[in-house]
Design a protein around this ligand. Structure first.
Ligand SMILES: C[S@@+](CC[C@H](N)C(=O)[O-])C[C@H]1O[C@@H](n2cnc3c(N)ncnc32)[C@H](O)[C@@H]1O
Length: 244
């Protein structure tokens, strides 16, 4: 790694060490946390946030589909979608943090079918039902995570798919290990939970999930627990929200 990259990583690590500010509303806290990291966000998270490309593959996003990403950050999912992104009817990227959305807007400029939206993922709704919704390491950063799941399911067409990849507390993890992760992530506003996967499973049908562990930059030998989840919206006649 070049000295300039190491210096950029050091700035990100310094911000992570300081944690997410506690004052202000959520948008203010996210902006204060991410604005100093925005330029180098993608390079560092590429080595921290695993499973994002696989989630997109498992969503089987096809030509003509309407797609929403909630908590899109810098919109790097567009790169992971590859040329398939150009064939979607629409891709709506939603986030609450202006600094990261600025990077997403620069990316989206290369696409005619991509819209970048500053909004709260717990409340924003598209104009018409969509085929695919996904959240990539965003559910753990949204205090009302149950509200986001309900909101995501509500924007899907019947049979449409919701995909999530995120850190969590595995039920098979040791109490010491889980305590370390909860503290380490909580400092940065990432609230780990063992409840996300069960809630997702109850909210959707035809579900697939996998729980894994992956390396963390600069912490040799340490493996962070994360999961991938994909499920389908039930027919609305039978779809009762039971995440709460
Ligand atoms: C860890 S980042 C992940 C970003 C991106 N999905 C990725 O994989 O790189 C979490 C994102 O969730 C966004 N976020 C947190 N709370 C939100 C909310 N209530 N509504 C929309 N976005 C939110 C943050 O601003 C941040 O961009």
């Amino acid at each position: 790694m070049f000295p300039a990259d190491l210096a950029a990583d050091a700035r990100i690590l310094w911000r992570l060490t300081r944690g997410q500010p506690r004052q202000g509303d959520q948008a203010t806290r996210l902006q204060a946390f991410y604005a100093p990291q925005a330029e180098r966000y993608d390079a560092f998270r590429e080595r921290l946030l695993h499973g994002r490309s696989e989630l997109i593959e498992r969503l089987e996003i096809g030509a003509g589909m309407r797609v929403v990403e909630l908590g899109c950050g810098t919109g790097s999912s567009l790169q992971r979608m590859g040329p398939g992104a150009l064939r979607c009817a629409s891709i709506q990227l939603v986030d609450l943090c202006p600094a990261l959305l600025n990077v997403a807007r620069q990316r989206a400029a290369a696409y005619r079918n991509v819209e970048v939206i500053e909004a709260d993922a717990t409340r924003w709704q598209p104009g018409a039902a969509v085929d695919r919704v996904f959240l990539s390491y965003a559910l753990t950063m949204i205090p009302d995570w149950r509200g986001v799941i309900d909101n995501a399911v509500a924007m899907l067409k019947p049979g449409g798919r919701l995909g999530v990849v995120d850190f969590h507390l595995p039920t098979v993890g040791s109490r010491l290990g889980n305590g370390f992760w909860r503290h380490w992530c909580g400092h940065d506003g990432v609230c780990l939970s063992a409840e996300h996967l069960p809630a997702l499973s109850r909210s959707l049908t035809d579900t697939w999930m996998d729980q894994r562990r992956a390396p963390v930059p600069y912490l040799p030998g340490v493996l962070a627990p994360y999961y991938l989840f994909v499920g389908r919206r039930r027919d609305p006649a039978q779809n009762v929200s039971i995440t709460r």
